[in-house]
Each structure stands twice: as structure tokens, then as C-alpha cells.
Design a protein around this ligand. Structure first.
Ligand code: ADP
Ligand code: ZN
Length: 747
């Protein structure tokens, strides 16, 4: 605050505005208004919600409009969250209002209803449902809310169809403001009963004790510090999180724990609820907006001691926060890939720093960046090198697909080597569970005509479409576009379309043939679409009601099921061959994580990895469970090519519906950047501009995409430099510019 009196307020509105706006505070509102509260303000001829970030005693502005109303009784964002908001805006080069919109749950920023408006133009709509929705929206001319419309189209698929219409630009979804809406949630006192005493619980291993001790010491001393808990799979990391969180609770503070995806780890939720009965708040993407709002209010009122959630829970308004935990800190789901492209693990560290409290990151396969931070002394490394109760890590072997398929023992199937096949049958015969991993869903990767060579591609994206047997259709895995197919080639009309490549659906089919009596299930995005289906599958798996579970990377994470003694990877090279400097790191993580599901009970585990490149350093280190060896090879590769963590990347993408315009704008962008580049010699030495070039997926959802990569030394000058892109290419109707700092996905 700059003056004693609060005459004016700086207000951030959740919209793409760069700066806060100034409003006058009418005398009637002066007493009640505090920083961090929401207010209703006029903007143009609309009324919108904003959040007060500062007070001013004067303003040079001539015409200042008045705040209309206060919407909260207490601030909904505390000082540290407002600071975080500001930090994100600077670091991720995003308008401050857009960051606020990312932080606030939608029901808090709109106090209203979402309405759907038709957009001018002719649109080719793929599905029947989309066509009907579009007709209805056009008939109603903006007078229909999503809620009303959803009721008209029961039976599933409505929201996805609407989303597709919105992403192709046929409809627009807008917020309609309604009156003040304040609901109260009572403050709940802590019950006298605490969690079970230490004596009733597991006895920690010496390594666990050491790790917990380091965190406990920091908690006691106070202040910020980041720990990286690097512990092999099944070494008892979760137990350390829980104990540290108990210490925090005893000190009358609260903890926040981030996990990659809640539906994948119902076990962790059980354990939290057991340790903190009635005091756990949960935030995740499957909540409806009113459920999310309720959780938010509970957290804000201090009704819970522990908040658990996925990526966006890093913004949870936890009062008196004393510890942030990030489980599986290497997981790429912490990276937000739309809107403000933040990384939740990195933000957890920033939030800890702003608050002055410790941050505990944990993983069996730490991100290269995080481990390097330990080497540099920025994070403290805590290690758990053994599994609990002297259980051994599984035996891992690579099967060379080249010799295997040539070999005399090749059987009727091309997906399973004889080693994997025999191991599976044997494991089933012994009554044990097996996990089969392939990171691609569907039945066949694509369809190609054997006569004319035609390949079926998506009409909206520059990718091939994947064949799904059950639906007898091809699907675009990027935009969801679907069309039914037979064996008839659409180009030459012959019955010569053949299925090339394979996915989890085909693996499942082959398993039915291989072990006909086994209970086989599949877990991928196709089998987990309905609410609760994923949790149901995991629970069945936990209870041993499934013998063989086949799936995509969904099955690699988290679960601790003791009956699993065999893990097979059908084609481990898949993720290695992506055009991405993190390809080896991701492959190492996926395979180590999926291997880590084996042998968690009394029986030892076995892992079979099928690959065409068994000598690649990634597989060699997976086989020997040697993360540090992998890190040593990988970090040299990063250093040689000056990739992160040795440099920082900023990814710029230009998108639009007209190919030529997009290309021209991308070239203009690079020219503009280079011109500025030339003027400043100091920057010239530190920054490389790569591109422009068409994105690997050149067209996505009917939009063309070009990209530019800026690479340079870490520090503010790189960010300042990249930020000029917004001036060179201001928002226009034809093209849009997306900026991604520390990008993960550059397809
Ligand atoms: P991680 O998170 O490292 O994969 P978990 O924390 O899930 O490992 O621990 C794996 C299993 O071992 C869990 O069932 C947990 O209850 C158990 N466990 C953890 N610590 C101990 C211990 N000190 N003694 C015995 N069992 C333990
Ligand atoms: Zn598509």
C-alpha cells in the first residue's frame, strides 16, 4: 500500500489484460475492503469480477470508475498467493489477469453462468451429436446456458462434443454475470483426536529415519529449503511424506501434497484419510465446479490440515502452510499445456520460497533438472537405496526383438517374444498377476492400402488415424475426430486396406488367445472414460480380481499391489523415438516406474523389456536399476548439446487457420527478434534463435502451426528477450502466438 488511505484499488481481472486496472473505492465500501478480496467492477458495458491486489491513495488517471460491490467477507487469496500470481506472470510471460484466471476456480471468478453463442461461418461438423448441438445453439442465438443445453442432450458425449465445436471455432462459450453470490461454510474445529501415535505405526528403516530427520530439522528451525527424496520404488517414500505432514500438523500448521493424478492413486488417499481423519481436502480435475468451490472454501477456512491434489492444487489457498510435498516430481503431468503453461513442481518450490517453508520432492526417477539441482547444492538430496523389509528390486532383462523375430522359435504372434509369452503363462499358472505395458492405445497404428499406398489421415490434423477394432472406426488421437471404416480403400475402392502397427487393444486381443482362461483387463483412455471407471479397475487390480492388466502409461504409476510378479513392455522403443531432447529421460522413467510395480510382495519380481535397441544406454541402466548411471550419461548429452538444465528454452508457436499467413507471421516474428538481437551485442552472445519451422504436427484441429525456439543462458535477459515476441506479433484475428517457457511438449 502506498498511502495511508485507500482511495483507489488496483484490481486484476481474470482476462488477458497485462496490467491491473485502477478503480475508485466508494466511501460505503472503504471499511470492508481488503487486499485479496473479490469485487464487482464495471468494464466497458459489462460487470466483471476482479481481485484487489493493492490500494493507492492517489492516481494520475483522470477518469476512474467506481467499484460496485464487494463479493467476499474475507480475502480469498493471501499475500503469498498474490505474490505467486505476480511471479508467474513475469516468469511465464503471461498476462497477470490470465494467471489469476488460472489460479481461481471458475465458479469463483464468474459468479455466473456460462452461455453458448454461435459464431458466424460455415462449419463442417463431424458427428451427429455435434450437428444437433450446433443447430440448437444457432436457434437460441446466445440465450442458452451450458446447463440447459446439457439437459437437452443426455446420454453422454455432450461435453466432449461441445468442446470440439468450441475448439473448431463454431461456438463460443462466455460467462454471464449474475448477482452477488456469497455462500458461507462453517469453520470446523479440529477434533481432539490426533492421528495414531508413532508407536502404533511401522518401524522406519534407518534410511527412512535419516531422511525424515533432515526434514524434521528444517521444520523445527523454520525457513525455506528444498529436499529431493530419491528412493527406489517401494522404498517407503510415502511413509516419509506422511510422517513429515504429521510433524507439521503438530506444529499447528498445514501441508499440501501434489500427486500426478488422484484417480490413479486411490491408495494414497486412503492412507491420508487414515492418518488425518476428517482433515483432508481433495482437489482434482474430476470435481464439478460446485464441488471444487466447496473444497476451496473448506481449505480457505482452515477446515483441513492436509490438502492433496493434482497440478492445479499448487494454488490451493491453504492458510498457515508449513510444508509442500510433490510426489513423483518427475511426472510430466505437472506441466500445464494450455493457457498459462506453468510447471507445478517448480511453482511448489517458488511458493515454498515465498512462504519460507520447506518443500519435499520425491521420486524413484528424479527429473534430470532436479538431480542436477542437488549436485549444484540448491536442493538437499535424501536417499533411500533399498526397498522396505529387505525386498529385492525385480530382475530386469531386455529381449532383442531383432533376433527374436528372426529366430526359429517365432510363434504365431508378432507381439510377444517367446520369453515374454512363456513367462506370462507360467506366472498365470502360479496364480500371480502380470502387467503388460505399451504406450499406444487402439488396435492398429494406422490403415494403409496395400494396392495404392493410401494412408487414412485426419481431416483436421496432419496425423494418421488410429484404428479401433471394437468401434470399427478410425480415431484421431489428437482432436478426437472419428469415422467408421471397412476394408474398403477410400482412394482406389479396393478391399485392400490393411492394419499397420499395433496398440493396447490388439495386445489385449492377443492375450485372450495366449491365456484364454485368464481374467484380462485393459486400462487406457478408451476404457476409463466414464467417471469412476478407472478407480474401479485399480481396485479390482488391487484385490487380485484381474490376472493380466494391459495398459498405457496409466499403469506405470503409483500402485502398490503385492501380487504383481511379472511386468512386460511390448515395445520399449516407442517413447525413445520421439523428436524431443527428453526422449531418453522419459523412456528411462516410464520403464523404471513400470518395472517398479513388480515384486512388491514377498515374491520376487521379473521384468521383460522387448526392444529393437537393447544396447541403448537407457535400457542398459534400466536393467541394472542404475539411475545415477543413467543420469551421468544423460547429463553429458545435455551438456554437449547445451540443452536444459544447462540452458533455458522458450518455445514460441504461431497458429492460425490459413497456412500461408501462419508461415508469414512466423517468419516476421523471427525477423523481428533477429533485428532486436543485432542491436544488443550482449544478448547476441547468449541467445540462439532456432527456426522458424513448421511444428512436428503441422496442422492440429484445423489450425496450422509454426514454431520458433529460443535457447539461452538462464536469467532474466532471456525472458525479457522472448517477451518481445508479444510486441512483434500482437494478438490478431488471423494468428495467435503461444509462449511456453521451459517447454515439455514441442510437438
Ligand atoms: P514408495 O512410495 O517409495 O514406492 P511406499 O511408501 O508406498 O513406497 O511403501 C511401500 C510399502 O511398504 C507400503 O505398503 C508401505 O506401507 C510399506 N512400508 C513403508 N515403510 C515401511 C517400513 N519401514 N517397514 C515396513 N513396511 C513399510
Ligand atoms: Zn485430428
Amino acid at each position: 500500500m502506498q498511502g495511508g488511505e485507500k482511495q483507489f484499488a488496483q484490481i486484476v481481472i481474470p482476462s488477458p489484460l497485462k496490467e491491473p486496472l485502477t478503480y475508485a473505492i466508494p466511501p460505503s465500501l472503504q471499511d470492508g475492503l481488503k487486499i485479496g478480496m473479490r469485487v464487482l467492477v464495471p468494464l466497458g458495458n459489462r460487470k466483471v469480477i476482479g481481485v484487489v491486489v493493492d490500494f493507492l491513495s492517489e492516481t494520475p488517471l483522470k477518469e476512474v470508475r467506481e467499484i460496485l460491490d464487494i463479493l467476499d467477507e474475507e480475502p480469498i487469496l493471501d499475500a503469498s498467493l498474490l505474490q505467486l500470481n505476480h511471479w508467474i506472470s513475469k516468469y511465464y510471460l503471461s498476462p497477470i489477469g490470465e494467471v489469476l484466471a488460472t489460479i481461481l476456480p471458475s465458479s469463483l471468478r464468474t459468479a455466473g453462468q456460462r452461455i453458448i453463442l454461435p459464431r458466424p461461418g460455415e462449419f463442417r461438423v463431424a458427428g451427429e451429436l455435434e450437428r444437433k448441438i450446433l443447430e440448437e445453439v444457432q436457434k437460441k442465438r446466445g440465450k442458452v446456458t451450458i446447463k440447459t443445453l446439457a439437459r437437452r442432450f443426455p446420454g453422454g458425449g455432450f461435453y466432449r462434443a461441445l468442446h470440439r465445436l468450441a475448439s473448431m471455432g463454431a461456438v463460443e462459450i462466455r460467462e454471464r454475470q449474475i448477482r452477488k453470490q456469497i455462500k458461507k461454510i462453517a469453520v470446523k474445529e479440529r477434533s481432539g483426536e490426533g492421528p495414531p501415535e508413532d508407536s502404533e505405526k511401522l518401524c522406519l528403516t534407518p534410511e527412512q529415519q535419516g531422511a525424515l530427520h533432515a526434514v524434521a530439522e528444517r521444520l523445527q528451525k523454520g525457513g525455506f529449503e528444498t529436499f529431493l527424496l530419491y528412493g527406489v520404488t517401494g522404498s517407503g517414500k510415502t511413509e516419509i511424506y506422511l510422517r513429515a505432514m504429521e510433524l507439521v500438523r503438530r506444529a499447528q500448521k498445514r501441508s499440501l501434497i501434489l500427486i500426478p493424478e488422484i484417480s490413479l492413486t486411490p491408495q494414497l488417499l486412503d492412507r491420508l484419510q487414515e492418518r488425518f481423519p476428517d482433515r483432508v481436502g481433495v482437489l482434482h480435475s474430476a470435481l464439478t465446479s460446485s464441488e471444487r468451490w466447496t473444497q476451496w472454501r473448506h481449505i480457505l477456512n482452515g477446515n483441513v490440515d492436509v490438502v492433496v491434489g493434482a497440478r492445479s492444487a499448487v494454488f490451493a489457498p491453504v492458510p498457515n502452510l508449513g510444508l509442500l510435498v510433490v510426489d513423483e516430481e518427475h511426472d510430466s503431468s505437472y506441466k500445464q499445456e494450455e493457457g498459462v503453461r506453468y510447471h507445478a513442481r517448480d511453482l511448489a518450490v517458488v511458493r515454498g520460497k515465498l512462504l519460507g517453508c520447506p518443500v519435499l520432492l520425491g521420486s524413484a526417477t528424479p527429473a534430470i533438472e532436479s538431480f542436477e539441482n542437488c549436485r549444484q547444492g540448491r536442493y538437499q538430496l535424501l536417499e533411500l537405496t533399498h526397498r522396505v523389509e529387505k525386498r529385492s528390486l525385480p530382475h530386469v532383462e531386455a529381449v532383442d526383438l531383432r533376433t527374436n523375430l528372426k529366430g526359429e522359435r517365432r510363434e504365431a504372434t508378432g507381439l510377444f517374444s517367446h520369453q515374454l509369452k512363456e513367462a506370462l503363462q507360467e506366472n498365470y499358472a502360479r496364480g500371480q498377476q502380470s502387467l503388460i505395458f505399451l504406450n499406444r492405445r487402439g488396435y492398429a497404428s494406422f490403415l494403409q492400402c496395400r494396392l495404392c499406398g493410401f494412408v487414412l489421415r485426419c481431416s483436421h490434423c496432419s496425423v494418421t488415424m488410429t484404428f479401433h477394432l471394437k468401434q470399427q472406426s478410425v480415431f484421431c488421437h489428437h482432436c478426437g475426430f472419428r469415422r467408421p471404416v471397412r476394408d474398403l480403400c477410400p482412394a482406389c475402392g479396393n478391399l485392400t486396406l490393411s492394419r499397420i502397427g499395433f496398440g493396447t487393444e490388439q495386445v489385449e486381443q492377443e492375450l485372450f488367445r495366449l491365456i484364454p482362461r485368464a481374467r484380462i483387463a485393459r486400462m487406457d483412455r478408451d476404457t476409463t472414460r466414464t467417471r469412476g471407471s478407472q478407480e474401479r479397475l485399480i481396485r479390482q487390480w488391487e484385490k487380485g480380481e484381474i490376472d493380466v492388466l494391459v495398459g498405457t502409461q496409466m499403469i506405470t504409476k503409483g500402485h502398490d499391489v503385492t501380487g504383481v510378479t511379472l511386468v512386460g513392455a511390448i515395445l520399449a522403443d516407442l517413447s525413445l523415438n520421439l523428436p524431443d531432447f527428453r526422449a531418453a529421460e522419459r523412456t528411462f522413467q516410464l520403464l523404471s516406474q513400470v518395472s517398479g510395480r513388480a515384486g512388491r510382495g514377498k515374491e520376487a519380481g521379473k521384468v521383460i523389456i522387448q526392444t529393437y535397441t537393447p544396447d541403448h544406454y537407457t535400457f542398459q541402466h534400466v536393467i541394472t536399476h542404475d539411475y545415477k548411471g543413467f543420469f551421468a550419461s544423460e547429463i553429458e548429452f545435455r551438456r554437449a548439446l547445451n540443452y536444459p538444465p544447462f540452458s533455458r528454452l522458450v518455445h514460441l508457436r504461431v497458429e492460425g487457420t490459413k497456412a500461408q499467413e501462419v508461415e508469414a507471421k512466423a517468419k516476421m516474428l523471427v525477423k523481428g527478434l533477429r533485428d532486436r538481437h543485432k542491436r544488443d551485442r550482449k544478448i547476441l552472445e547468449k541467445i540462439e534463435i532456432l527456426g522458424p519451422a513448421p511444428a512436428p504436427i503441422e496442422k492440429l484441429r484445423s489450425r496450422y502451426r509454426w514454431q520458433v525456439l529460443i535457447k539461452g543462458e538462464k536469467g532474466p535477459s532471456l525472458l525479457e528477450f522472448a517477451n518481445q515476441a508479444r510486441e512483434i506479433l500482437p494478438p490478431s484475428r488471423i494468428t495467435r502466438l503461444y509462449i511456453d517457457v521451459d517447454p515439455y511438449n514441442m510437438l
